[in-house]
Design a protein around this ligand. Structure first.
Ligand SMILES: *Cc1c(COP(=O)(O)O)cnc(C)c1O
Length: 217
């Protein structure tokens, strides 16, 4: 596996689904990966990466940005309100907007800073206790609330339960997005991104299939 292989598989999945090859953005999830592996993917020309912790991202990306231009960073993990300002300085996209308190914090900082990362509302499609995300039944209200604060909500994100067929969750997410007029769908990881593309994913989050297994730190 590796970057080229994943890009080929994305192109094929798009063709199979009758979608344009550039309809899907590949977010290379670099959390916990050694810097040499990240540098290697940067040197192959890839510029779109995902991290799940603000602090970890702060530790490596400012330096990569001195060497490589045009890097887009996506925050795909939970965001605490007190880390929101730091996230603004680092990320162009946040995929984990999931509660009013965070929405309020982001709206306040956006006003102060004069810009805001593009946002995805995370939906807990499996209604799992331990998982972040707004419940499907609350999603419409929460999206409206965020829009009422002038937040740039671009789409929805989900992480399906490990032991369930992901396609059911991707289809549910697509349905909620459609009825709310949202174009962005952040769904699909190493093991299921082709199914996500078939169901309309616009952003897939692929880590281990590009970089190899995550090395425990
Ligand atoms: C780690 C992570 C991924 C990537 O997982 P892989 O299985 O390595 O592709 C995708 N999305 C989120 C939210 C993650 O935390």
């Amino acid at each position: 596996m590796g970057l080229q292989d994943i890009q080929d598989r994305i192109a094929k999945a798009c063709a199979d689904a009758g979608r344009a090859a550039d309809a899907v953005q590949l977010i290379a999830v670099s959390k916990v990966q050694p810097n040499e592996r990240i540098r290697d993917v940067l040197e192959q020309g890839h510029r779109c990466f995902g991290e799940n912790r603000v602090q970890e991202a702060q530790g490596k990306w400012p330096e990569f940005r001195e060497t490589f231009e045009g890097i887009d960073l996506h925050l795909i993990g939970p965001l605490q309100s007190n880390k929101a300002r730091a996230a603004f300085g680092l990320f162009q996209f946040i995929h984990s907007l999931d509660r009013p308190k965070l929405a309020t914090a982001l709206a306040r900082i956006a006003q102060e800073e004069g810009h805001c990362p593009e946002l995805f509302v995370q939906v807990n499609t499996g209604e799992e206790d331990q998982k972040a995300g707004v419940m499907p039944a609350q999603a419409d209200d929460f999206i409206a609330e965020c829009r009422g604060m002038d937040l740039p909500v671009r789409g929805l994100m989900c992480i399906p339960p490990v032991d369930e067929e992901p396609a059911l969750h991707f289809a549910l997410l697509a349905k909620i997005a459609e009825r709310n007029g949202l174009g962005g769908l952040s769904m699909g990881m190493s093991s299921d991104f082709e199914r996500a593309i078939a169901l309309g994913a616009t952003h897939i989050r692929v880590g281990s299939a590009i970089f190899g297994e995550r090395v425990p730190t």
